[in-house]
Write a protein that binds this ligand. Structure first.
Ligand SMILES: CC(C)(COP(=O)(O)OP(=O)(O)OC[C@H]1O[C@@H](n2cnc3c(N)ncnc32)[C@H](O)[C@@H]1OP(=O)(O)O)[C@@H](O)C(=O)NCCC(=O)NCCS
Length: 151
């Protein structure tokens, strides 16, 4: 698929909320997403990206923050019918490019220890293990793996 990655804007929020409900066992809701569509100028930078197909449908999304040179991926998801077509990789590359302009030094994230698909994705893009947070997820008590990448 030829995907386009662009900034997340307010009009994308309902589609992203629907995708988030499909992708995340503890989904962010519309009100959590909206501040990333129209971020206030702040030292805590909010970043949002979406991936669109040729017809302009939102099939993937990524939200991140950056503060004091350290960025964090907060949520990332791709519609189940659009997976393994490079959308998540395109979103992550788009994020790395934007973080360069913010002069962030490193990026980290937490991922469920059993989420092998996501861990494989992140490691294919240079993330490395940086620790484990025991019992991190409220729904299942699953551990979080902390991954980190220099930028
Ligand atoms: C994880 C997720 C975002 C990957 O999205 P995607 O668009 O399918 O990923 P891509 O097509 O860009 O895959 C890039 C690479 O990641 C790895 N990967 C992704 N999905 C994989 C899978 N199911 N099995 C093995 N490797 C996988 C592969 O290395 C892949 O490269 P390849 O296809 O050339 O082998 C998607 O599966 C998803 O939305 N999952 C549910 C939400 C989630 O887990 N989010 C991350 C939370 S931290």
């Amino acid at each position: 698929m030829t995907a386009t990655v662009r900034s997340f804007v307010t009009v994308d929020a309902p589609a992203v909320a629907m995708l988030e409900a499909l992708c995340n066992p503890l989904p962010w809701h519309l009100e959590d997403l909206l501040p990333f569509a129209d971020p206030e100028p702040s030292s805590f930078v909010r970043l949002g990206l979406v991936a669109l197909d040729e017809r302009g449908r939102v099939l993937g999304y990524l939200l991140a923050s950056s503060v004091a040179g350290q960025a964090e991926i907060l949520v990332l998801g791709v519609h189940p019918d659009a997976r393994r077509q490079g959308l998540a990789r395109a979103l992550l590359r788009g994020l790395f490019a934007r973080l360069q302009t913010l002069e962030a030094d490193s990026i980290f994230l937490e991922v469920r220890a059993g989420n092998r698909d996501a861990i494989t994705l992140y490691k294919s893009l240079g993330f490395a293990d940086a620790g484990v947070r025991k019992g991190y997820y409220a729904d299942s008590g699953e551990d979080a793996v902390l991954l980190r990448r220099e930028l």
